[in-house]
Write a protein that binds this ligand. Structure first.
Ligand code: HEM
Length: 536
């Protein structure tokens, strides 16, 4: 276990020996000094002034001053839980080894510990959990080969397909840098210049944009990955979490507002309480696969994360299930400090050339070295539950030395013939894709930005369509007319009825209020609406 590994690598963390006269429950500071007075700072007389040698007070207050670490730049609000993943040993009806050699999937019934963090994306650490926003669904599998992170969302697609656009997208969605208020004008300013977002917007403004809680929602890896078998042959895969036991439930805008008026922590509370009462949430992991390649027969690029893979051609094949059965003991240590990344794969799992995935893979560990610190992988929540032996040393908050049992502690380099670490054996044939093309900056050649958005619209039930239209009309009513027109043109390209209904809704809103853009719900939106008009 992790505990054992730390034991072999470092002095015991906590020795429970008591000082003379000390009781087990006695309060101490972090120097181990028993604290005799935790109520009064040391002062001249009972009215002060105070002195600077109040060691206990200074330790207490300065630690308090440093309690917060930088929040995640996105997905700041979250809730987490521990559990396990249990493999079915098959991909649908076939032996899974035909497709991947990843050990955690091979045997039916094999369990791997997991930690999951669910989140909302745009607003900060204590924002309401009822907001229209994608939900994060990040899973850390502590496998025997080291950690695998599957960093997904509830929705199966995304707004953009090139990582270059991500900081701009997040800036447009986050609060206005002047007013600190989120503005639909800024949001739709960006989206109306990003036609590939039409499909995601169709999901986001429908009830699918407000899952009822974290238990009753799906998850998806969104990006395209690869699986590699023992011969080094790869297939393209997409991962999906299906809440078969709890089912899926989404909220209308009105339902969300009613919850929000009384409780802005309902999703965190729901997850925690379900696990406390033994009603453990479960998801089935389902995988879609296709041969690795360009697939000229498809009208979309398999590496484009704004697209669904049609399930009639690429069925969802079950590979295992996950059960969450243990709440964190400490929110900060486990949930806040948890660090997931798309680069964290194990043997048998690989990246695809999906440009978003490549950008993400750099971004996650980069932000974590800043957010949590350079030794974030030594924290118990992030450390694998297996041996770690590296030649990495030092840096802020070094907690132990990553030394192997029997390793010469003087040798922190490789190669060496003096008892240092050695490279591992290759676990199977390598997957070595070949490339022969110009190095370039270019969009993909099959953007097909609207077709699937239309299909998704037509698949919605009537109440979902009605919600979608009303939510879009409300949000777009605050926007200048050129933004409204452009959005209507995208919806019309997706589906004529869809575009017409949004256009009609905007027209009747305008007739009621007498001008384009209803009075914004708040000052911030009005300010940005004006700005939008000025730069028109
Ligand atoms: C969190 C970057 C796209 C899902 C984050 C964080 C960054 C980031 C910097 C904060 C991580 C931390 O502080 O630990 C990016 C970039 C993207 C991108 C650059 C596009 C190029 C996506 C997509 C998904 C996604 C497409 C869905 C599949 C998540 C989740 C988290 C997260 C679930 C929260 C992880 C947690 O619970 O700690 N992202 N992201 N991101 N991202 Fe992304």
């Amino acid at each position: 276990s992790n505990e054992e590994i730390q034991g072999t690598n470092a002095e015991p963390r906590n020795n429970n020996a008591l000082a003379p006269g000390e009781q087990p429950e006695t309060l101490t500071n972090r120097q181990g000094h028993p604290i005799t007075d935790n109520q009064n700072i040391r002062t001249v007389g009972d009215r002060g002034p105070s002195t600077l040698e109040n060691y206990h007070f200074l330790e207490k207050i300065t630690h308090f001053d440093r309690e917060r670490i930088p929040e995640r730049v996105v997905h700041g609000r979250g809730a987490g839980a521990h559990g396990y993943f249990e493999a079915y040993g098959k991909l649908g009806e076939e032996p899974i080894s035909k497709y991947t050699r990843a050990k955690l999937f091979q045997e039916a019934g094999k369990r791997t510990s997991v930690f999951v963090r669910f989140s909302s994306v745009i607003h900060g650490g204590h924002s309401p959990e009822t907001l229209r926003d994608p939900r994060g669904f990040a899973t850390k599998f502590y496998t025997e080969d080291g950690n695998w992170d599957l960093v997904g969302n509830n929705l199966k697609i995304f707004f953009i397909r090139d990582a270059m656009k991500f900081p701009d997208m997040v800036h447009a969605f986050k609060p206005d840098p002047v007013t600190n208020v989120q503005s639909m004008v800024r949001f739709f300013d960006f989206i109306s210049n990003t036609p590939e977002a039409t499909h995601m917007i169709t999901f986001l403004f429908s009830p699918w944009g407000i899952p009822a809680n974290y238990r009753q929602m799906q998850g998806s890896g969104v990006n395209t990955y690869k699986w590699v078998n023992s011969e080094g042959k790869a297939v393209l895969v997409k991962y999906h979490w299906e809440p078969l036991k709890q089912g899926i439930r989404n909220l209308t805008q009105k339902e969300a507002e009613e919850i929000q008026a009384k409780n802005f922590n309902h999703a965190t509370q729901d997850l925690y309480e379900a696990i406390e009462r033994g009603d453990y949430p479960e998801w089935e992991l389902q995988v879609q696969w296709m041969e690795d390649g360009y697939h000229p027969e498809l009208d979309f690029d398999p590496l484009d994360d704004t697209k669904l893979w049609p399930t009639d051609q690429f069925p969802m094949l079950p590979v295992g299930k996950m059960v969450l059965n243990r709440n964190p003991e400490n929110y900060f240590a486990e949930v806040e400090q948890a660090a997931f990344g798309t680069g964290v794969l194990v043997d048998g799992l690989d990246f695809s050339d999906d440009k978003m995935l490549q950008g993400r893979t750099f971004s996650y560990s980069d932000t974590q070295r800043y957010r949590v610190g350079s030794n974030y992988l030594q924290l118990p929540i992030n450390a694998p539950k297996k041996k770690v032996a590296t030649n990495q040393r030092d840096g802020q908050m070094t907690f132990y030395v990553d030394i192997a049992p029997g390793q010469n502690p003087h040798i922190n380099y490789e190669p060496s013939s003096l008892g240092g670490l050695k490279e591992a054996e290759r676990p199977g044939a390598p997957h070595e894709p070949e490339y022969n093309d110009k190095l370039t900056r270019q969009p993909i050649d099959r953007p097909n930005n609207f077709k699937q958005a239309g299909e998704t619209y037509r698949k919605f039930e009537q109440w979902e369509k009605d919600e979608l239209i009303s939510n879009l009309v409300d949000a777009l009513s605050t926007c200048p007319s050129h933004i409204q027109e452009r959005m209507v043109s995208y919806f019309t390209e997706a589906d004529a009825e869809y575009g017409q209904r949004v256009a009609d809704g905007l027209k009747s809103n305008q007739a009621e209020s007498g001008h384009v853009g209803t009075p914004a719900a708040n000052e911030g939106m009005e300010l940005s609406a004006e700005l939008g008009q000025k730069t028109d």
